[in-house]
Design a protein. Structure first.
Lengths: 97, 281
């Protein structure tokens, strides 16, 4: 699940208000977790599916985050970045081999 | 007889029938070191149209298949793919022997045969798709296949990085094929990223788009062309933001993952289009 971003980071990219504005479910209140919101709105059936959907919809924001003034630590902690890295290729110490 | 021995027995029977075959699918994934279960026996078979049409009769002559009446299962693309029910597991699930004659993801059989890997499996010597071809065969619309891809990429990187000590060409080849974060970190630990000549060769010759994404920050001032077929959005990331980040930083790794996802999305769409070509209705 993706935690709601810190208030300090809210303007830098993915935020709790970043729910797909083109959906007919916008009137539903946000839980503060965009992945949970996708499931509650019926757009995804599982957490896995919701995380994939969230990343696909927000991938373009990664470039903006890279060019932002976030420190490296803030960048790594950003929910979108944290989710992208956690679902991507494993680091050496996390490898299953 | 366990599943590996059964696969090896089927392989030997097919070879004895004179069929040129390579093992692909789950057993090939297991052969390369991924511990995962599989129910199917998947083969790439080189046959002309007439012999392909007679495949059922040919298989029925195999002693290993004679114990149970051979039944053919459903297929959407009978000219390219056929499956036969060869048994049942204790829980009732069917055991399937699946044969590909052509696969839109793969090169012609002769090329696959030249790149094959042979090794002991199920107690016999068996020929499998080469590792890079196996990875290619898994770039489908199925999420399960992409889980295999992730692990096979790490194995492929490890093999090439182990061979990198053989000389400058091997170092450049290992870098040009980097596909996993584990491989990137291993290459850095081996000092390969400090080898400017190897990095330059790796980014200028034939290379993977993901490898280029891993290496782009090291060639900040050079002109880099993504491989043919790279989605334009991925090419823009490689040619732009990736040149401005610190190698190995979170920003670098995030952009590599963005490129990887764009490549995966394009591959999924290509595979889906192929399936829609043959799906009825």
């Amino acid at each position: 699940m993706v935690p709601a971003p810190d208030a300090a980071l809210a303007g830098a990219g993915a935020t709790r208000d970043d729910r797909g504005v083109d959906t007919p479910y916008d009137s539903l209140p946000s839980t503060g977790d965009p992945v949970a919101d996708l499931i509650l709105r019926g757009e995804a059936a599982t957490v896995d599916e919701a995380e994939e959907l969230y990343l696909d919809r927000h991938l373009h924001e990664i470039v903006a985050l890279v060019d932002s003034a976030l420190t490296d630590a803030e960048f790594r902690r950003h929910p979108l970045v944290a989710l992208l890295l956690s679902r991507g290729s494993r680091a050496w110490e996390d490898s299953l081999l | 007889m366990n599943a590996e021995e059964r696969l090896a027995a089927f392989y030997e029977q097919l070879r004895a029938l004179g069929l040129p075959v390579l093992v692909m699918g789950g057993h090939a994934v297991r052969f390369y070191g991924v511990d995962r279960s599989t129910l199917d026996y998947d083969f790439h078979v080189a046959l002309d149209a007439a012999d392909w049409a007679r495949l059922g009769q040919t298989l029925a002559r195999a002693p290993a298949l004679a114990a149970t009446p051979l039944r053919e299962g459903p297929t959407w693309r009978p000219d390219e793919f056929r499956r036969f029910i060869v048994g049942a597991l204790p829980d009732g699930r069917e055991e399937l022997l699946e044969c590909w004659r052509r696969n839109h993801l793969l090169a012609p059989f002769a090329e696959l045969q030249a790149r094959r890997a042979e090794g002991l499996y199920g107690g016999r010597t068996v020929a499998f798709l080469g590792l890079d071809d196996l990875i290619r065969s898994k770039e489908t619309e199925r999420e399960d296949d992409w889980r295999d891809v992730r692990l096979l990429e790490e194995i492929a990187d490890e093999r090439r990085l182990r061979a990198a000590g053989d000389g400058p060409a091997a170092r450049a080849a290992a870098l040009a094929s980097l596909r996993s974060r584990r491989g990137f970190e291993q290459a850095r630990a081996q000092g390969l990223l400090d080898d400017a000549a190897a990095v330059r060769t790796a980014t200028e010759g034939p290379r993977q788009a993901v490898a280029l994404a891993f290496l782009a920050p090291l060639r900040a001032g050079a002109s880099l062309s993504p491989p043919a077929g790279t989605p334009s959005a991925a090419g823009e990331i490689i040619g732009g933001p990736l040149r401005r980040v610190t190698p190995g930083s979170a920003r670098h790794l995030a952009l590599v993952e963005a490129v990887r996802r764009l490549l995966q999305r394009a591959a999924v769409l290509t595979d889906r289009a192929d399936k829609e070509r043959v799906r009825p209705g």
